[in-house]
Write a protein that binds this ligand. Sequence first.
Ligand SMILES: Nc1ncnc2c1ncn2[C@@H]1O[C@H](COP(=O)(O)OP(=O)(O)OP(=O)(O)O)[C@@H](O)[C@H]1O
Ligand SMILES: [Mg+2]
Length: 417
Amino acid sequence: MSPHSPAPAAYHTLDTDGIRAFLAGVPALAARLGGPAAHWRIREVSDGNLNNVFLIDGPQCGVCFKQSLPHVRVDPAWKMPLDRTFYEAAYLREIRPCVGALTTDILHFDPDLYVLVVESLDRHVVLRRGLMAGGDWPDAARAVGEFVAHGTFRTSLLAAPFEEITHRLDVFSGNRTLTRITVDLILTDPYRDHPRNHWISPELDSIAAEIRTDPRVRRRVGAMQARFLTCRQALLHGDLHTGSIMVSDDDTRVIDGEFACPGPIGFDCGLFIGNLLLHLFACRDSGGQDRAVRNIVQFWTSFHDTFLELWRTSARQDGNGDAYATTLFRNDPSGLRQAQADFMQDVTTDTIAFAAMEVIRRLVGYAHVPDFDTIPDLAARAGRQGAALALARDLLADPGLVTSIADLASLARDRTG
Ligand SMILES: Nc1ncnc2c1ncn2[C@@H]1O[C@H](COP(=O)(O)OP(=O)(O)OP(=O)(O)O)[C@@H](O)[C@H]1O
Ligand SMILES: [Mg+2]
């Protein structure tokens, strides 16, 4: 499977009439929605930077319709190939058997129109917005940890022979457009003068400059760039922030896998923890801060324990992964335990660095998070953002500052003041 290139002549952006006709023309989707097409309710819910997203409600069921545009949705002058829904569809096909109902079911993909249709989560809210409104979903972070553990373990060389894993990962090496965005917006731009970087408060000028000029930060960022691009540990979601999670009272789903690419497992963990750290610094009440810390620790514990359990089970069942091969450790269980601890420590180290880089890029890079908008006083807002940036800077400058996620969470809590 590979995307069309360049954009097929059949492509055009669908409006609501076009969406209705499109869905009516796919028998399985029309049957799922039920009733006559004229009765379907169609509403736009696009709130991200990149794509058009609509929810369609029929008498029986709803679906979610997502279409790539030939440009960035919020910046039509920024042209972009269409293939991102192709990669999101490919990611869902790859990952859904690994994670089950922790993501959405894929219902249809149209390779000419770059339309992806998935199940509608209309009783869910986006986790970021829910957290900003003061809500609490006590099981969500645990569920996301489980998602990352299953998704990464099962697409890693711990789980299957290299022929199978590299074949599966190679598809996603083609996701160059969005990987370029990650490389530029997360890994590069915040550490150089670039017109895409911005922030409102002049109080942040000095810490932004310090981050850019600290040689220790530069060395670490360089190493993390290399790590992201060379360490093909597993299939990553690639954009795992709190806006990519939808929650209801009893259900958590990860959406929006269009940035999927091979990479280091700590990248997904770091993005999620980075966004929880941003939320922590934006929280002014101690209850919200406590919950943010709890979410960080719960996410990590769930990821860590689930990943190791999958590994132990695989080893017990004579799994045929080519890395840390079962045959190597058959008579050396304590050696395997130590190797596992070393592996998880490497993931922890990556996670902390990528979390710091996510904090930085979301405050002084191109795409900011809205969490701090809940602080109306601009000076107070800048104070919190500056504290988050200083923590991120310190984490990158001194790899020994914290070496566990629990310590990271409690240091961050201390620094919220
Ligand atoms: N399956 C779904 N069911 C219900 N609503 C959804 C679903 N998928 C997405 N949404 C809604 O649509 C919004 C945009 O979706 P999504 O984040 O996938 O778009 P995007 O263009 O890729 O965004 P970004 O630029 O942040 O990557 C989500 O924030 C959510 O409110
Ligand atoms: Mg997206």
